[in-house]
Design a protein around this ligand. Structure first.
Ligand code: MUC
Ligand code: MG
Length: 367
């Protein structure tokens, strides 16, 4: 089946509660719905979340690159010619979230064409993942309350704690409060979004040595090349690369440079096709990974679940699948559910979810 038309539809849905972290904050989900149409009226869908403070992409930029460059390059190709499509869109450098959403929409469409779940086409390992929730900056007591409510309401027991503030003791106090409140009943890890220097990161890690953190992520910038290497060498817990690995080549570079010892996989920035490369690299090298969250809405969250549940190597750790719960609304006809700390894939073809046209017309921007 041929690709006949591609749409990039901007929309905006406010958050009930903004998520704040060291590199920025999100108050409104200003995302792009990517629709790839094939023959016979079938289409595939995915969500692109622009993160200017992480990858430099904007909502307007994602729409422009998809409609102006990628659509003319791949319209008319067979939906299943994934490598040919990758070769064409990768002539343009950067734009990871635009490419990621386009790729996921193509897998959704391929699944519908073949009447198969995308997760089965990818690997079909399991039908569910444990969920980890990401807690944004606030006072220690409020962050403990958020975690407690997610334990009670959703059975979630793994939390990513955003750190990277100055002075670093603010964040140490939060982690200490969480551990004091929950004891060993929860797993905790930290993500600095490049907010600290190498030396403050080292001091913070020392100050939290007794808190049994699972791992640390992007505490300082990978661009502080020597400082990052110095930090990672002395860290006693795995050091995950996140925003510094938006391409497979960057995964290799960060690992060989000693700037990371483990890899966060985000389908929002590497789609399914490039996420496979990242995953197979990390698996072959014996490097740990987990499925991260780019503050995705429900469509993007389902994409993360579909990919993560497809493979044994991405199913081991809890995946970040719950931050859509902070949004005031979403686009799907049937909202995603988290119960018993898990999220389960949907039985339908492709991603198994459907966008509600009324909701889309309520939240779409422009015509
Ligand atoms: C994360 O893991 O860093 C914050 C910015 C972004 O791009 O993703 C989030 C979460
Ligand atoms: Mg991160």
């Amino acid at each position: 089946m041929k690709i006949t038309r591609i749409e990039a539809i901007p929309y905006a849905i406010p958050y009930l509660k903004p998520l704040k972290f060291a590199s920025g904050a999100v108050h409104v989900a200003e995302h792009i719905l990517v629709r790839v149409h094939g023959e016979d009226g079938l289409y595939g869908e995915a969500e692109a979340p622009p993160r200017p403070f992480t990858y430099g992409e904007t909502q307007a930029g994602i729409k422009a690159v998809i409609e102006g460059i990628f659509a003319p390059q791949i319209t008319g190709l067979n939906v299943l010619e994934r490598e040919k499509i990758q070769a064409r869109i990768n002539r343009t450098v950067g734009n990871p979230c635009a490419k990621g959403a386009l790729d996921i929409a193509l897998w959704d469409l391929a699944g519908k064409l073949l009447n198969q779940q995308a997760t089965t086409l990818l690997g079909g390992y399991t039908d569910r993942l444990r969920v980890s929730h990401m807690i944004g900056f606030d006072d220690p007591a409020k962050m403990v309350d958020v975690a407690q409510s997610f334990v009670e309401q959703y059975g979630i027991t793994t939390f990513k704690v955003k750190v990277g503030r100055t002075p670093f003791q603010l964040d140490v106090a939060v982690c200490r409060a969480l551990r004091a409140h929950f004891g060993d009943k929860v797993d905790l890890y930290i993500d600095g979004n490049r907010g600290w220097s190498a030396s403050d990161s080292a001091r913070a890690l020392r100050a939290m040595e007794d808190l049994d953190l699972l791992f640390a992520e992007e505490l300082n910038p990978a661009d502080d090349v020597m400082g990052r290497r110095w930090l990672v060498k002395q860290a006693k817990i795995p050091f995950f690369a996140d925003e510094s690995v938006s391409r497979p080549a960057e995964v290799v570079r960060e690992l060989l440079d000693g700037s990371a010892t483990a890899i966060s996989i985000k389908t929002a920035r590497t789609g399914f096709t490039q996420s496979q490369r990242v995953l197979f690299l990390s698996e072959s090298l014996g490097v740990e990974n987990y499925i991260g969250n780019q503050i995705d809405g429900q469509l993007g969250t389902m994409a993360s679940l579909v990919f993560g549940s497809a493979y044994q190597a991405t199913s081991g750790r809890a995946a970040e699948l719950s931050n859509f719960l902070d949004m005031s609304d979403d686009l799907l006809t049937e909202p995603l559910q988290i119960a018993g700390g898990e999220m389960v894939i949907r039985p339908g073809a492709g991603l198994g979810v459907t966008v509600d046209e009324d909701k889309l017309s309520r939240y779409r921007l422009g015509r």
